[in-house]
Write a protein that binds this ligand. Sequence first.
Ligand code: ADP
Ligand code: MG
Length: 335
Amino acid sequence: MAGRHPTHFPCNPWKARMDDTRADERPHRDQRRRLPILGPVSPPSDRDTAGRGGAPEGMRPTEADRAVASRHPREAGPLEGVGSVVAVSSGKGGVGKSTISTNLAAAWAQMGHRVGLLDADIYGPDIPTMFGAFDRPRMVGDQVQPLEGHGVKLMSLGFLVDEDTPAIWRGPIIMGIVRQFLQQVAWGELDYLIVDLPPGTGDAQLSLCQLVHVSGAVMVTTPQDVAVGGVLKGIRMFQKLDVPVVGIVENMRGFVCPTCESSHDIFGSGGGEKLAAALDVPFLGAIPLGVAVREEGDRGVPTVIGRPDSPEGLAFQRMAEAAAERLRQLEPEHA
Ligand SMILES: Nc1ncnc2c1ncn2[C@@H]1O[C@H](COP(=O)(O)OP(=O)(O)O)[C@@H](O)[C@H]1O
Ligand SMILES: [Mg+2]
């Protein structure tokens, strides 16, 4: 049945669902616009900052950042109190990194682990929306207290800056932000700190790996060639940085029409799994494309919590178990 209706569905599930998401059901978005920023926004006064959107005070690069910027990631030390720092990365945007990070974090928390989620996608911080968390974090001393959602400790630039403010920051500023999020957030004792990264192979990836020992990277792709090609570059980057690949997740594989139950491979099928086999890295599983997954993301309820027994919920749980197992093999001392 797959591919039988390549451009035309016998029904149109999207329209009705899109109409469902009315603005009055999303009051939290307006609430977030009113969030005060933590500390003043600096004017774009040095050449690290271009245009509007200067970095919040304290996130500017320090001398120490400049020293870190020149070291190899294998020299980076552990983050105190944290068992494993786990990056979630991809070649392209929109393939589901934040959705995977959210469900991985919530699934691990449900399994009894102590979990934090750092939203390092400074260009598009979506974790507040996906957890329905919009309060302003509190400062205690010089430490920022993370918010908590679904048993996961959370920190995101989205808690601190207006969602309409564009982030126009160069590398050193990005390192300053990642450093502060690692070192000046009161994460406490954690088994896992998941880091949701921006797409690509840029400053956030490199800064993270230079600032702290990263136990492994979960690579997210959709099945089609353009996404798989991008994730391959990401994997090559982590290999160059001596950061092991935890495995590849193939997101949005197969869509089952909720009305007629026919199956469509909208973005193809198997691209991520084939890449994992070709590179001899673990395949952590395929997540189906489901309208409800998107709705849950917008509503702030991770699928593993809202619909744990759905095909997508079960796929997310299997992925979380596979990733935990692989991390135990990579670093048995943290098992
Ligand atoms: N398996 C899925 N089924 C349906 N929608 C999904 C799925 N995975 C992600 N999405 C939706 O696709 C969009 C992009 O996902 P997101 O996690 O924000 O990607 P990224 O972080 O890589 O940019 C979001 O609206 C999200 O809810
Ligand atoms: Mg994202």
